[in-house]
Design a binder for this molecule. Structure first.
Ligand SMILES: Nc1ncnc2c1ncn2[C@@H]1O[C@H](COP(=O)(O)OP(=O)(O)O)[C@@H](O)[C@H]1O
Ligand SMILES: [Mg+2]
Length: 422
């Protein structure tokens, strides 16, 4: 099969790496890709939002399957455009991607079918949102409705902070059109976990669980980021809990979306809070988590490519995946200053030394090759990933990999996995 992966981050490097291990993959392409990906795939400089450019490229390269990484491409209708040309694609249509691209749609859907999620209201008027916040009191959560690259949610400790979040979204238009509507919801308390299911529009197959670390610094301090590290599996997600999530959350959502005429195909990523009353939905995403998938894929024993094909074509009901009985961890190395302000262009040495440690794989998230120098080119730059019989072993190996990398301008959290390691 000729496979095209869309995206340029650590997630897409992990996807390409995993697909490259498949005996069924004859040629792998990636747009736009990155220098790490380029070792396994032919890369072409086409933007992830250039729908026409990607479709033309897929036709020209006679691609059998397109795997779409970023939510922005899905929300822009890339899968619809590919399918219109008869190209098989892994990922939801634009309409189905609304489960992520409109938090209001997702909340209404859950409320209508009785899927547990925090009590909420939707607002298109900032004064009304503020009045509701005063009535409810703090803590309270304010969310921009649309895609805001992980910056659109404020868990407010005070009424003033919540109202400021409404003003930022609706009056200052900090997130553009994505903040024209907000969801205000109750604050849930518990442990957070990500649960992934492959879906073919009709059936859902549990894929894996993971836990990520959103804050920039140790001890869950500092600003929110795209994710500073992850491990898989997440011990809170027991087999019983996974079954419960599948039957009471994922399958009902899938059934409802199919009934609405927007069947969900691809990966449904449920962000859950394990509360006193059981799991409740924080949000749904319509794509693999970054960096969760970097931690998950090394654990997969089965060939990944057939799973992607079957999810895209239908037939998951009769499909199964096998996993290695190991733990995995990925630690993100970011440029100092991320997520606020940072500079590109610092040189990174030692990536191949880290990669040479048995059990360690370095995924590139934001790098650029200049001559024979590897330069940082982005906030999140590398994802140092390791597998081991226990999470402690995976942790120790991942940090050995980090130690092998010589990059004074970079930083990482030193406590990835702390909840599970204690
Ligand atoms: N209702 C809630 N109660 C407590 N924390 C929440 C709630 N909603 C969101 N959060 C926190 O905010 C983070 C981001 O919210 P989320 O809905 O996942 O938005 P996004 O990932 O699009 O930024 C979550 O990972 C969680 O830590
Ligand atoms: Mg989230």
């Amino acid at each position: 099969m000729r496979v095209l992966v869309v995206g340029s981050g650590g997630r897409e490097h992990a996807l390409v790496w995993s697909i490259a291990a498949s005996p069924l993959a004859t040629e792998i392409f990636c747009v736009p890709g990155n220098p790490g990906i380029a070792e396994d795939a032919e890369c072409a400089p086409i933007d992830v939002l250039d729908i026409e450019g990607i479709v033309d490229y897929a036709l020209k390269q006679r691609i059998d399957l397109v795997v779409v990484g970023p939510e922005a491409s899905l929300a822009a209708g890339l899968v619809d455009a590919l399918e219109a040309e008869g190209i098989l694609a892994f990922g939801p249509s634009k309409a189905a991607a609304e489960i992520e691209s409109s938090k209001g749609y997702m909340k209404d859907l859950c409320a209508r079918i009785g899927v547990p999620t925090a009590a909420y209201q939707r607002f298109t008027d900032a004064d009304k949102a503020a009045a509701y916040i005063r009535e409810q009191g703090a803590p309270i959560v304010v969310k921009a409705d649309g895609l805001a690259a992980g910056k659109g949610v404020v868990v407010a400790e005070s009424v003033d902070e919540a109202i400021a979040a409404v003003d930022a979204a609706m009056r200052d238009e900090s997130f553009g059109a994505a903040g024209a509507e907000v969801v205000v919801e109750a604050c849930l308390v518990g442990e957070e976990v990500s649960f992934f299911a492959l879906c073919d529009g009709e059936h859902a197959m549990p894929f894996a669980s993971a836990q990520d670390h959103k804050r920039a610094f140790d001890g869950d301090k500092g600003p929110n980021t795209g994710g500073m590290g992850a491990y898989s599996p997440a011990p809170v997600m027991t087999d019983e809990m996974a079954e419960h999530v599948l039957t009471t959350i994922v399958q009902p959502v899938l059934d409802a979306m199919r009934a609405e005429g927007r069947p969900f195909k691809g990966v449904l990523f449920a962000g859950l809070m394990i509360t006193e009353n059981g799991p409740e939905v924080i949000e749904f995403n319509c794509r693999f988590g970054d960096p969760e998938i970097q931690a998950i894929l090394p654990r997969l024993r089965s060939d990944f490519l057939p799973a992607l094909v079957v999810a895209a074509e239908g037939g998951l009901k009769h499909f199964d995946l096998r996993w290695r009985d190991v733990s995995s961890m990925t630690v993100v190395m970011a440029t100092k200053g991320y997520p606020v302000k940072y500079e590109n262009g610092s040189e990174i040495r030692g990536i191949s030394d880290a990669d040479a440690i048995p059990g360690v794989t370095v995924f590139h998230a934001g790098t650029k090759l200049e001559g024979d120098k590897m330069l940082a080119h982005g906030g999140r730059v590398l994802c140092v990933t390791a597998m081991g019989d226990t999470l402690q072993i995976a942790h120790d190996l991942a940090y050995q990999g980090i130690d092998a990398i010589d990059w004074p301008e970079g930083f990482c959290r030193t406590d990835i996995g702390w909840r599970a390691l204690d």
